[in-house]
Design a protein around this ligand. Sequence first.
Ligand SMILES: C[S@@+](CC[C@H](N)C(=O)[O-])C[C@H]1O[C@@H](n2cnc3c(N)ncnc32)[C@H](O)[C@@H]1O
Length: 390
Amino acid sequence: MAQKSRKPSLTHRVNSFPAAWSWFVDELIPTYVKRTYSPRESWKDKPFTTEDARFFFKGISELSELFTEERPTKLPEYFAHPKFRSAYLLYFLPLQAAKFLSVFQLHPEATQAALKHAAKTGTLHLADLGAGPGTASIAFLLWLLDQPLPDGRKELPTIELHWFDTNRAIMDDGAALIQALSDQFPKLRGKVQGHMHGEPWWKATPRLPRETSLIFFGNVLNEAALPQQASWSAILERAQGAGTLYIEPALKRSSQLLSQLRDELLEAGAIENSARSIWGPCLHAERCPLAAGRDWCHFSVPVEIPGRWFTSFSKGLGSERQWVKFSYLWLSSPEARAPVPSPRLRRVVSDPIQKDRNADVVLICEPERPGRIRVPSSRHVHRGDLITED
Ligand SMILES: C[S@@+](CC[C@H](N)C(=O)[O-])C[C@H]1O[C@@H](n2cnc3c(N)ncnc32)[C@H](O)[C@@H]1O
């Protein structure tokens, strides 16, 4: 394919964390984990120490092994083990929440659509399917604490969380964290109600409100075979307001699964065939160029995740994190469509694949097949950036 020269116009950088983040990850989670998961009664009410970090790190390290590219197609029921629930809360919850926060910051219009919808209906209904400890909901509440409300409103609406997960114990952990979070901040106090369902996510539809402001699927699609098309339409019909946000690991299999799901939903008419049906990352509604083959659509956002214990666990895993990596798809709802992207805008879907003295070649998202373009090296263009033609 001919290589065109284009000037980068917009970058893809996110690095702010909610004010409540440090309290949440350095105080609330470790205190809760120690109280709930310490093997000895006498340890439970003492502060979380380096020795505790060493004790709980074993589960973090084992769970991290399980979550790699070589993971089995069907994962074992890891949350049946207290060792893995405590590991997830201490390390993976902050890690996955940081990914949700990154995506909220990449799509501020979408998050505002959820708030506007809630202002209209009087209740912010958030559905979290494959909720685990409610990571996505927690990230949204932390983010919400810092947001101005639409139309100059002073108070948040009532917030109802609808969680579905095949493991109840991890939802109970999340519910305890949400309770402590909402007790801590006057803005949330008395506002948050949880509805936890110990069921597979594809049984959610009859229990979801007709007017759900946002539906989350966090790192769950890759854990089980996907159900029939019919249930997708039913679920997506409930997603009013900001629509449906899927985040999956940046691994090839899970990212391509998400791209394939996107193509199937468009082909089956479960979502309207228009770029306005998608907040991101796609700028078109034609076939995804990376649903199969060598490359896959995923993003690396430069972020330093704050947190004393998080940093120490990352070091222990040999990966001091300066990036979060994920794949995602955010579908809009019929009542709040995504803006029409400029026809000259393109999403970069690779880091430089070739370099010469003055220019880098990167892949860009085009229908069916990725395109290639040359960009000046001085612009340091990365996967995920948006660029426009001169
Ligand atoms: C990796 S965790 C993700 C948790 C949370 N959404 C997050 O992003 O941190 C995957 C969760 O999906 C749940 N899960 C797996 N298969 C499921 C299914 N068919 N229905 C509902 N939950 C499921 C697991 O129990 C687990 O809590």
